[in-house]
Design a protein around this ligand. Structure first.
Ligand code: ATP
Ligand code: MG
Length: 166
């Protein structure tokens, strides 16, 4: 009955539990598991940017020559985008390990952009997901709320069943 399962990964503890459950379900149904992460554009604080360089998460590019006497260096925006992409890879890689440990065999990763709930809904439609699995909460710190805004919107607007994991 379940052929394609989409799990939403944002690196939070809830999302990690979602990856484990989704991996287990994918194994039992022999379904394909799509791990989706929406890259959230934001300014990376300077210390984190330096840390990412030191940890070799991103390589600072050598200045490029654009012509005689004109050098272009990687702008802070480019560097931020690279750090966001590297963090996304790490988040999806961690989720994939958990899902495979739980038994999933056919796993794909998708890095998405845009407003998180809308990007997840669109991807679920595109891959023909029969089920979306996600955390009740994510990395936001509004501890009093039961549901985060992304899970709230996905539950409201999804065309397929949604399982939220506490
Ligand atoms: P809010 O973002 O509204 O402050 P929150 O961070 O606690 O609250 P949500 O963002 O709704 O809660 O997170 C709920 C679930 O939605 C997460 O466990 C994860 O499965 C999914 N999710 C949230 N953000 C993303 C993202 N950028 N990419 C992929 N999945 C996400
Ligand atoms: Mg959030």
């Amino acid at each position: 009955m379940l052929k394609t399962i989409l799990v939403a990964a944002d690196g939070s503890e809830h999302a990690k539990k979602a990856a484990q459950l989704a991996g287990d379900l994918a194994a039992r149904y022999d379904a394909e598991l799509v791990i989706a992460h929406v890259l959230v554009n934001r300014r990376i604080p300077e210390p984190l940017r330096r840390m990412a360089e030191i940890e070799h998460l991103v390589e600072p590019e050598p200045p490029k020559s654009l012509g005689p006497g004109i050098l272009s260096t990687t702008s802070e925006n480019d560097l931020d985008a690279k750090i966001i992409a590297a963090l996304g890879d790490k988040i999806m890689g961690d989720a994939e390990l958990l899902a495979r440990d739980a038994g999933a065999r056919k796993v794909r990763r998708m890095a998405l952009t845009g407003e998180p709930a809308e990007a997840l809904l669109e991807e679920a439609k595109r891959v023909g997901a029969d089920l979306i699995v996600m955390g009740t909460r994510g990395l936001g710190d509004l501890g009093a709320l039961l549901l985060g805004s992304v899970s709230h919107k996905v539950i409201q607007l999804a065309d397929c069943p949604v399982t939220v994991v506490k």
